[in-house]
Design a protein around this ligand. Sequence first.
Ligand SMILES: C[S@@+](CC[C@H](N)C(=O)[O-])C[C@H]1O[C@@H](n2cnc3c(N)ncnc32)[C@H](O)[C@@H]1O
Length: 182
Amino acid sequence: MQIYSPAEDSEFLSEIVLEYLKNPEINKNISKVLDVGTGTGFQAEQCIKAGIKKTNILCADINPDAINFVKKKGFNAVESDLFSDIKGKFDLIIFNPPYLPENQFDKEKDTTGGKEGDETILEFVKNLRFHLSENGIAFILTSSLTPEKRFLSEVKKHDLNFKKIASKNIFFETLFVWKITN
Ligand SMILES: C[S@@+](CC[C@H](N)C(=O)[O-])C[C@H]1O[C@@H](n2cnc3c(N)ncnc32)[C@H](O)[C@@H]1O
């Protein structure tokens, strides 16, 4: 299976996460990190730049080739459909999800998040609180091409706090980064 090459969405999400990690008050509380949908391990590698220890990061992906790839880079990694094979809680969870609606040309798992585009994100939110530590922070990226209504009602349903903290216009869409906490 092909592994997603880091693109503008990857860079944008990591820029915002790194800004947060620069804050010593936030950084000092982060020991365990989960990079969901790790791909090449881009988000995990960016965390190391912010001083997070490699051994404290767990990379997860549904794509076994991505898992082999990041293991070769020395990351702890687990093949998992979202949280299905993840145990424990994390202080920082990062997810650059597949967020595009499927169409006749594209049904790939690295880019499309289901028929409407938000299905993978909804599943992620459903189980997020079981894996977010008390003061944990999750960062997730969405796009103007991702339906937002169901995502927001799912977050509310689970009593999570959420905020759109950044947006960026790129070629044919606007990217958004959301911060979600308990
Ligand atoms: C847009 S790519 C992001 C890759 C990388 N994190 C980055 O920022 O460049 C989405 C990733 O999510 C993975 N993915 C898709 N569905 C998933 C699922 N249900 N559980 C875990 N990973 C999934 C894909 O295999 C892909 O690696």
